[in-house]
Design a protein around this ligand. Structure first.
Ligand code: ADP
Ligand code: ZN
Length: 734
């Protein structure tokens, strides 16, 4: 029998299981009825797909999401897994043909809608074959307590009785303990066979940004995520239409999506997004249920979501592939008033619940100190213990002390005045910076006394000053062109030479933010060509691009330049079947590119930051948190681990985590003298540890822990990992 780990590698091309996948698979293979609760993107599908390839007979998957079935089956076929779906969208001929395939035992996986499964026709078909596993996807639909109760799901109990030999696997991404209990009771599962994965999605960067000029802020974000797929959620259909139209007018590749559109338009727009024909979807919350797109790189909330739960579900659609993804919530208190207005029209219980939901999301948005993950995960009954996640705004930025910005304020305000209060912030900044652009020259603003007096700040920093002056009430902004003028308060303040307090954005930081993309080092030119190739092949086959290869797979190709089929197999997401189907085509792109540019295959022990970021200690690649940077730099300046523990008031493990992140983000660490001091591992243990790192990478410590039979604790292993990284850095070509 092929082991699940072999199937994972050979068929799906992945090296390691995601949390709980292995446990769930093992349990199913032991024919124990199992309930698995995993977040979106947690990898639920493999939990039945891998067993289906081990079992002799058929695995039936019940799912209410008809729109997803075709997609799932296409993806499975690309991996070489014989699978089919039967639902009401099939023509009578296709229906019959599919039934014949099942009857002849030619498929391993059959997807059906619950109402289809309950028909006599399908039930008798299944009587005629051996059903080894019955998977119930979206199992929360069984419960009246869930948000999506479906009566047909209750009847699945009877179906189960009809196939007593089949093991039953129930899967869901959303289940409070009450719903879980309901699922167990209904399906008669025992609690011991329940697996609940953490809902923490480490690869999601979560931030809340003060909403000032939202459209401009969206544009800024889109430029940051150039060429990436993303979703922008708005509160109303009208807002969706307006924003989508505006972005389209600015030549962004964008489509709207909301319940007010014609069915066919909605479908078309969704399809365009899935197939990478459109990069951005502007949507109301109606969007997302039926999509499976793994490479959604960002989710922007243009308006405040109505509850923490819906917020988490919406951002959960980002980064299913485990690569870094970015979630920005634009928050302004005026949105709260807007939602309150709608709540006021409700009554009784409904109103009370809505108010509670709103309070919770407002508390979340306004908290500028606590790690974002804490309240989010608490909400789902999970406690998040780490003191710093390194992947949210509150953890990565030190609380910014207010500075005296009087001089900047004076310069800016007087420039607005000198330019006759007829221009927007951008133009004012151009004057301050002494720009010679056409508009400045045309208005002869180079003759103003404020021309060129602002060289000490960058354009971005000045714009930030402008926003603060606006929100502090020194400036007002009006009209289509966002013309700035001084308020009475500003005039008064200028006269009295009042001190103004505010924040000067760190220039360095701004630059870093601009680079926040998929946080790994790869050749962007090659990636673009590979993506083009993928799109061509996908269109030729009539499937979405990610069915061919995921973004992550292409990214790795563009980072390691594999030159042979053998090397290709080592790339994540390349299994045997995909290798034989697409391998040559992609090699045909990579090889000439490398020849032309004199590039060579790099060692295919992928760098940690490239591997599944959903489990990486760093969460994302190159961009590191402020605290991590401080710890790393202090260490390089000679601070010992003990010093750092005292300075930061944290445990040894946390310091080691910071240093690891620092090193994994590509920063050099100084010679590890202090680390050598700190380790108590014997030379043999060190050697054994390094051997494991050589073989399976530095991402996970558990393999080492197991290999040494637990002789070294995790802090020890972290020290050894750091030594190993330093050693590697020393050996790396400059
Ligand atoms: P869910 O159904 O829980 O939302 P999926 O099963 O759709 O998640 O998996 C999300 C993505 O993660 C898919 O693209 C899948 O191929 C990928 N994936 C699943 N398991 C692994 C793994 N062990 N290693 C790497 N990628 C994985
Ligand atoms: Zn955090």
């Amino acid at each position: 029998m092929t082991s699940p780990a072999d199937i994972l590698k050979q068929t799906f091309g992945y090296d390691t299981f995601r949390p709980l996948q292995q446990e769930v698979i093992q349990n199913v293979l032991a024919r124990k009825d199992t309930l698995a609760v995993m977040p979106t993107g947690g990898g639920k599908s493999l939990c039945y797909q891998i067993p289906s390839l081990v079992f002799d007979g058929l695995t039936v998957v019940v799912s209410p999401l008809i729109s997803l079935m075709k997609d799932q089956v296409e993806q499975l076929r690309a991996f070489g897994v014989p699978s089919l779906f039967i639902n009401s969208t099939l023509s009578p001929q296709a229906y019959q043909k599919s039934m014949d395939h099942v009857r002849r035992g030619e498929v391993k996986l059959l997807y059906v809608a619950p109402e289809t499964l309950l028909t006599q026709r399908i039930l008798s078909l299944l009587d005629s074959v051996q059903v080894d596993c019955l998977t119930i996807d979206e199992a929360h639909c069984i419960s009246e307590w869930g948000h999506d109760f479906r009566p047909e799901y209750r009847q699945l109990v009877e179906v189960r009785k009809r196939f007593p030999k089949a093991v039953c696997l129930a899967l869901t991404a959303t289940a409070t303990s009450r719903v879980r209990q309901d699922i167990r009771n209904t399906l008669k599962f025992s609690t011991t066979n329940e697996f609940v994965a953490s809902f923490n999605r480490e690869n999601l960067y979560i931030e809340v940004v003060r909403k000032r000029e939202p459209v401009g802020q969206v544009i800024e974000l889109l430029d940051r995520y150039k060429d990436q797929s993303g979703i922008i959620y708005c509160f109303s259909r009208k807002q969706v239409d307006e924003l989508a139209a505006y972005l389209a007018s600015k030549k962004y590749s964008v489509r709207p999506y909301h319940a007010g559109l014609e069915d066919s338009d909605r479908r078309k727009n969704q399809e365009a997004f899935i197939r990478d024909d459109a990069q951005i979807i502007v949507a109301t919350i109606a969007f997302g249920m039926g999509i499976n797109k793994p490479n959604v790189r960002f989710v922007i909330h243009f308006d405040l979501p109505k509850s923490v739960e819906s917020y988490y579900q919406e951002i959960g659609r980002a980064g299913r592939d485990g690569l870094p993804a970015f979630c920005t919530l634009l928050y302004s208190y005026s949105d709260v008033a807007k939602i309150n207005y709608f709540i006021d029209q409700k009554e009784g219980d409904e109103k009370r619940v809505a108010i509670q939901h709103l309070d919770a999301i407002v508390r979340f948005a306004e908290d500028e100190r606590t790690c974002r993950r804490k309240p989010l995960l608490n909400y789902f009954g999970e406690s998040y213990e780490a003191d710093n996640c390194s992947n949210c705004d509150n953890c990565t930025s030190a609380p910014t002390p207010l500075a005296d910005i009087t001089v900047y304020a004076q310069k800016f305000l007087s420039c607005v005045k000198r330019a006759d209060e007829k221009f927007g912030a951008g133009h004012i900044v151009d004057i301050l910076l002494g720009s010679k652009n056409e508009k400045v020259m045309r208005w002869e603003h180079d003759k103003l006394s404020t021309y060129g007096i602002g060289g000490e700040l960058t354009k971005k920093q000045w714009m930030h000053i402008a926003r603060q002056l606006l929100s502090m009430g020194y400036l007002k902004q009006e009209g289509e062109y966002h013309t700035l003028s001084l308020t009475a308060r500003a005039l008064e303040s200028l006269k009295k030479r009042e001190t103004v307090f505010g924040v000067v954005q760190e220039a360095e930081r701004t630059k870093k933010d601009g680079k926040r993309k998929v946080g790994i080092e790869y050749n962007h030119a090659l990636f673009a060509i590979l993506r083009q190739k993928r799109k061509e092949m996908a269109d030729a086959d009539g499937v979405p691009p990610y069915v061919i290869f995921s973004d992550r797979t292409l990214t790795e190709m563009a980072a390691y330049y594999p030159q042979s089929r053998e090397s290709l197999l080592k790339i994540a997401g390349v299994g045997q079947v995909k290798l034989s189907q697409y391998g040559d085509a992609f090699l045909g792109v990579i090889k000439p590119f490398c020849e032309k540019h004199g590039l060579q295959e790099s060692a295919l022990t992928p760098s940690p930051s490239l591997r599944d970021a959903s489990r990486s200690p760093s969460g994302r690649g190159e961009s590191i948190g402020e605290r991590t940077r401080i710890v790393g730099e202090s260490f390089n300046d000679g601070a010992t681990i003990q010093d750092l523990m005292e300075r930061q008031g944290v445990t040894k493990g946390t310091i080691l985590d910071h240093l690891t992140r620092y090193a994994m983000a590509g920063n050099k660490l100084r010679n590890g003298g202090d680390l050598h001091e700190a380790t108590s591992a014997t030379p043999e243990q060190q050697q054994a540890t390094f051997a494991v790192f050589d073989e399976s990478g530095t991402m996970y410590l558990k393999p080492v822990f197991d290999k040494l039979n637990g002789a070294l604790n995790y802090d020890e292993l972290k020290i050894l990992r750091l030594l190993y990284l330093i050693y590697q850095q020393g050996n790396a070509a400059p």
